[in-house]
Design a protein around this ligand. Structure first.
Ligand SMILES: CC(C)(COP(=O)(O)OP(=O)(O)OC[C@H]1O[C@@H](n2cnc3c(N)ncnc32)[C@H](O)[C@@H]1OP(=O)(O)O)[C@@H](O)C(=O)NCCC(=O)NCCS
Length: 170
């Protein structure tokens, strides 16, 4: 199951990936920030730039985006923030991920977080900060499966959300 960068050649698979979320009524795809109308080629150019520190997203830090491909289908996406500053340590953390609704429950998010552990290790990061909505039981389970240790839970006043912070050794 390769974890790979999006390219122009993924257009059909990328459209199917977006359609999967749409069919499930999920308008927001956490960890994927390109407008729906963009081609895979344009998205690829954009996220490749973010990896080099260009076109930075709201977090203001360089980030690496990868997709998980299974049997020719794009089934999940992960966004890895290469460094953390300020509020990112307690909100957002190093990594976000989403798995297409019809492909959930098959270990794909776990594969993406395992990829993130290896990627973080390569950057010299000893432990990933992973933040989770306490109500997101599937994501909490993914973090635990990857060795995540509970750090703290708090209410983020500005976001108006409860947040759990985990540390995942790389
Ligand atoms: C969270 C998410 C990424 C999980 O993806 P996934 O591919 O289904 O995850 P995995 O299959 O690797 O693991 C899910 C685990 O959670 C468990 N799980 C799923 N729903 C659960 C629930 N309601 N309560 C408890 N455990 C649950 C599964 O049984 C599995 O654990 P197991 O392997 O021990 O059986 C996916 O649901 C998703 O994309 N959600 C929307 C985006 C999101 O919330 N991203 C995370 C925040 S950035």
């Amino acid at each position: 199951m390769p974890v790979l960068s999006l390219t122009a050649s993924h257009e059909a698979a990328y459209r199917a990936f977006l359609a999967d979320f749409e069919a499930a009524g999920e308008d927001v795809i956490p960890a994927w920030f390109c407008p729906r109308g963009w081609s895979s080629a344009r998205c690829a150019e954009h996220v490749d730039g973010q990896e080099r520190g260009e076109n930075l997203p709201y977090s203001g830090v360089a980030c690496t985006t990868r997709f998980l491909e299974v049997e020719g289908r794009l089934v999940g996406v992960a966004n890895f923030r290469q460094e953390l500053r300020g509020d990112l340590f307690r909100y957002a953390g190093h990594i976000g991920y989403s798995v297409a609704p019809s492909h959930r429950g098959r270990g794909h998010a776990t594969t993406l977080l395992e990829w993130a552990r290896g990627y973080g290790r390569g950057l010299g990061i000893q432990a990933l900060v992973v933040t989770v909505d306490p109500a997101n039981l599937a994501s909490r389970r993914v973090v635990r499966k990857c060795g995540g240790l509970f750090v703290q839970a708090y209410h983020h006043e500005v976001k108006g959300r409860d947040v759990m912070v985990f540390s995942v050794p790389t």
